[in-house]
Design a binder for this molecule. Structure first.
Ligand SMILES: Nc1nc2c(c(=O)[nH]1)N[C@H]1C(S)=C(S)[C@@H](COP(=O)(O)OP(=O)(O)OC[C@H]3O[C@@H](n4cnc5c(=O)[nH]c(N)nc54)[C@H](O)[C@@H]3O)O[C@H]1N2
Ligand SMILES: Nc1nc2c(c(=O)[nH]1)N[C@H]1C(S)=C(S)[C@@H](COP(=O)(O)OP(=O)(O)OC[C@H]3O[C@@H](n4cnc5c(=O)[nH]c(N)nc54)[C@H](O)[C@@H]3O)O[C@H]1N2
Ligand code: SF4
Ligand SMILES: [Mo]
Length: 848
């Protein structure tokens, strides 16, 4: 990679300009920078803005990249996007450092040291693509010969919807049920909340423009979550027109600007949500249109008193009185104050202000309050508040999204041969649906993934041995709590292929490393999401010539493997690809992996660009135009679409969840037991009917208070792309944009009162020790965390990944510590999620 000094200045100057322009929304600009900050379409000679998609986080922004002389030099939001209105966040710019990262994997590599382990040098040597693919095809075909195709797994991390090729069709036609996604280390527990109240398994959109009050449950939308640019852009108005209350043990970027900060004791959000529901009912502040009312209009919700169900007539909800009787009647703000660490007065005030501003209000649930051992019911409770005040599916409230009319790929069943059919009969390898892993996605036992348990499944060979795996765009040896189990599992795995841009932790265990096309600059794909009441589809497309010998993970790699397998006598896969993935315009079969990738994308998105098909949104005139625009927007969301039938078992918004009752009942029956036994196995306290309503559960923690006096909690970085930014100078240099954090460092934020007792000062090197591991980092005294808790950002602590990410890459010395080395591998089992929040572990601090 040749980069002249002039080029470098151009890149850094224009990008800084972008950062300044964004950061300065609503503020006075530094006049010295104004020439950089204005739209620069003409400031650099020539060049072209090319649309693609940023997947730096799950906001999935439609963007445009300025390409000059073949080089990407700047990123901005796609001007045609209605969800983000041409905005992006600061991380979007950082992707330039990722695509031009000198530490990228540049050619395929093969391991020559058969011994695996963190302390083994893999002794990778470069090989050609053909050699790499040959070896993979041989190992996979060996499984076919032995009738054990189920012993193959595709592990996927981040993805585009082209995942349906590698993780879907490729895996299935080959004969393995094991497409294992990263979803359960991401945010599934959150979806549990909206599903078991309103039958919606998905992330919500929020109508910020019309909202009057926002309750944020462990969400920091100015820095993270799923609509960052839109939130940054809208938040000034939100603060003007609405109340904002943030429940977060940390003074987050959003909390710092909010009307109310409730620094809840980690894992005790349930107490707050339940007490707020109590206040709303006791004070008669529920939404009468949505929930209904007492027949005689007299409020019988009095502290401690049971209510007769027949006295209340419900409209669009189910079981409000049952909920009161089972889970709310004694749960006063005074009761909650003791558990949550928040004063009764503040709880009552926030609940009252929120409900009074209803129904145009939002109870915004995120992972902080749900991805913990007993977080399933917290998720339900926080989302149920939207039901109580009628803000669900309503103006200014918590909404779903408009239809996104994309096509599926053609069916694959006729390409299954005998071996494949047998392979597909096996249970998936992650133990989903086992008694202790109900993973009740969309109401079905074992429908959800239990990502983090895949490591134990490999180690225990339960349900069976795993022999070959391909992982792409994932880094489970870093991103899953209890990382040591992944290191062991990957050591045990006989053959592992990693398709990756960077030599990450997981890569160190690979037998073959394949250099991936960077998703934003070098790859075909599409994703769909929503914000600002618009659903959208945005396309990933190659906007630069790749610098290295890379291939697209989701489409090109499976094509190459399929071709190679066909040469060796097994041709079902390539037949499917060539017969079913044809150019929808010309009917032509793909001649190579690149054409295959483009046709696959064309097929899926055809309804959006084919002018003959009428859709609810932008009408695009052909494929060429779609590639130029890069994005398709739906019309604005129509409110109250689901009020008449939410799709739950009762059709209503369920405070008493018949839907959950049925799902739990089926799971219990499958294991010849009752629901109480399932709840006990899953570490929940509720028994009997309480299990079907949102209710309080005490936080579940690892470690005894005597030995481990502090509750550990963590958060993401404003500049991190999950854990993928650490090799960027800009990330390290600007790390102090995260409140309380320090540049080029990884600090544990300790309340000064606690630090004083321990004799610890800012800058001291310390060890954080949990019952399952220990890491080293630096102490930072900071009032933004409550006494008794220690907060630390996730994302540092890479012992691999590149020369910037690690303190000393060659000697595998991390910069700071990976939180996942002290977080125990525990779960919110009803959803299969990894429990990383809620103060799941206690720690002790040792000065070193
Ligand atoms: N403690 C803790 N753990 C967490 C989280 C947390 O907040 N705290 N966050 C969790 C969440 S929400 C998620 S979604 C997961 C994410 O976890 P994973 O799905 O494992 O993803 P990443 O850790 O981001 O790692 C992705 C890897 O893909 C490679 N890569 C980077 N860019 C590309 C690309 O463009 N193409 C390809 N093929 N490869 C690429 C790099 O090797 C990188 O390490 O982590 C989870 N883990
Ligand atoms: N900047 C940035 N944005 C991202 C990503 C990224 O890596 N960086 N990743 C994307 C992905 S994959 C995901 S899944 C989403 C996740 O987005 P969110 O679900 O919004 O997750 P976090 O930003 O990790 O926010 C967790 C918050 O919860 C707080 N917290 C921790 N424990 C508790 C608790 O017990 N109770 C409460 N109330 N709060 C608690 C933390 O301090 C933190 O502020 O973000 C997406 N957006
Ligand atoms: S990092 Fe996330 S919010 Fe920022 S531009 Fe990329 S996708 Fe959008
Ligand atoms: Mo995630």
């Amino acid at each position: 990679m040749k980069l002249t000094r002039r080029d470098f200045l151009k890149v850094s100057a224009t990008t800084t300009g972008g950062l300044v322009a964004l950061g300065a929304t609503g503020c006075k600009r530094n006049p010295a920078l104004s020439s950089l900050a204005k739209d620069d379409s003409n400031s650099i000679d020539g060049g072209e803005w090319k649309p693609t998609t940023c997947q730096g986080c799950t906001t999935w922004c439609p963007v445009e990249v300025k390409v000059v002389d073949g080089r990407a030099i700047k990123v901005k939001g796609n001007r045609y996007s209605k969800a983000h209105n041409g905005n992006i966040c600061p991380r979007g710019h950082m992707s330039l450092q990722q695509v031009y990262d000198p530490d990228r994997i540049k050619v395929p590599m093969k391991r020559t040291n058969p011994k695996k382990g963190r302390n083994e040098d893999p002794k990778f040597v470069p090989i050609t693509w053909d050699e790499a693919i040959e070896e993979i095809a041989d190992r996979m075909l060996e499984l076919r010969e032995n009738n054990e195709t189920h012993k193959y797994v595709t592990f996927r991390g981040r993805y585009t919807y082209m995942r349906d090729i590698i993780y879907g069709k490729f895996t299935k036609i080959f004969g393995s049920p094991n497409g294992i996604s990263h979803s359960a280390i991401c945010a599934e527990a959150e979806k549990f909340g909206s599903y078991y109240t309103e039958a919606y398994w998905g992330y919500r959109d929020y109508d910020l423009e019309n909202t009057k009050y926002v309750l944020l449950w462990g969400a920091d939308p100015l820095a993270s979550n799923r609509q960052v640019p839109h939130s940054i852009n809208a938040w000034g108005d939100v603060l003007d027109q609405a109340g904002v209350a943030v429940m977060d043990p940390r003074l987050s970027a959003t909390a710092a600007k909010a009307d109310e900060w409730l620094p809840v004791i980690p894992g005790e959000d349930g107490a707050l949500a339940i007490a707020m529901a109590h206040v709303i009912l006791a004070k008669g502040l529920w939404n009468k249109e949505f929930v209904g009312d007492f027949v005689d209009g007299k409020n019988r919700f009095k502290v401690g008193e049971e209510v007769d169900e027949s006295t209340f007539k419900e409209n669009y909800t189910n079981g409000v009185v049952k909920w009161w009787n089972l889970g709310l009647k004694d749960k006063t703000p005074q009761w909650a104050a003791k558990r949550s660490g928040i004063s009764a007065k503040q709880i009552e005030r926030v609940a009252t202000d929120f409900a009074k501003a209803g129904p145009n209000v939002i109870s915004w649930l995120a992972t902080g309050a749900s991805m913990h051992v007993r977080g399933g019911y917290t998720a339900m409770a926080a989302h149920a508040l939207n039901g109580l005040v009628g803000s669900v599916d309503n103006k200014g409230g918590s909404i779903r999204h408009s239809d996104i009319p994309v096509d599926d790929f053609p069916g694959y069943k006729k390409y299954l041969d005998k071996v494949a059919k047998k392979g597909l009969e096996h249970h998936k390898m992650d133990q989903r649906g086992y008694k202790e892993f109900p993973a009740l996605k969309k109401g079905k036992s074992g429908k959800g993934v239990v990502t983090n348990n895949a490591a134990d499944a490999i180690l225990d060979e339960e349900p069976y041995e795993i022999k070959v795996a391909i992982g792409y765009w994932n880094n489970f040896a870093f991103s899953c709590s209890g990382t040591d189990r992944w290191e062991e599992a990957l050591t045990k795995l006989p053959f592992f292929v990693h398709i990756t841009t960077n030599p990450a932790e997981m890569t160190q265990f690979a037998d073959i490393v394949l250099p991936a096309a960077q998703h934003k600059y070098e790859k075909f794909g599409y994703v769909k999401s929503k914000a600002n009441t618009h659903a959208y589809v945005t396309m990933n497309q190659p906007v630069i010539e790749p610098l290295w010998d890379v291939k697209m993970d989701e489409t090109e790699v499976p094509w190459l493997i399929a071709e190679k397998m066909a040469e060796k006598g097994y041709d079902k896969l390539i037949k499917y690809f060539k017969t079913e993935i044809k150019d929808p315009e010309t009917g032509k079969s793909p001649a190579n992996e690149y054409e295959f990738s483009e046709y696959a994308l064309k097929i899926r998105t055809q309804p959006l660009w084919d002018p003959k098909i009428k859709v609810n949104g932008d009408q695009i005139n052909g494929w060429k135009e779609f590639r130029k625009l890069g994005v398709w927007n739906s019309e604005s969301y129509k409110f109250k679409q689901n009020w008449d039938d939410f799709g739950t078992k009762t059709g209503k918004f369920e405070f008493y969840s018949e839907t959950l009752k049925k799902a739990l009942g089926k799971h219990a029956k499958k294991h010849h037991t009752d629901i109480d036994d399932i709840l006990e196995t899953c570490k929940y306290e509720a028994r009997g009917e309480l299990a079907f309503v949102p209710h309080y559960e005490e936080a579940y923690r690892w470690g005894e208070e005597r030995e481990y006096p502090f509750v550990f909690f963590e958060h993401r970085s404003r500049l991190n792309r999950e854990a993928r930014s650490a090799n960027c100078n800009w990330y390290q240099e600007l790390k102090d944009v995260d409140p309380g954090d320090e540049a080029w460092n990884d600090v544990a934020k300790i309340n000064p009162k606690d630090a004083k007792k321990l004799g610890i000062k800012t800058g001291d090197k310390i060890k954080l020790i949990s019952p399952t591991g220990e890491i080293e980092c630096e102490a930072k005294l900071w009032e933004g965390v409550r006494s008794g808790t220690v907060g630390k950002c996730y994302g540092q602590g890479h012992w691999a990944y590149g020369k910037v990410a690690s303190e000393d890459y060659k000697n595998k010395l991390p910069r700071g510590g990976n939180n996942n080395e002290i977080l125990p591998p525990d779960y919110e089992r009803l959803s299969g999620s990894t429990a990383r929040h809620g103060g799941v572990t206690r720690i002790k601090i040792k000065k070193i």
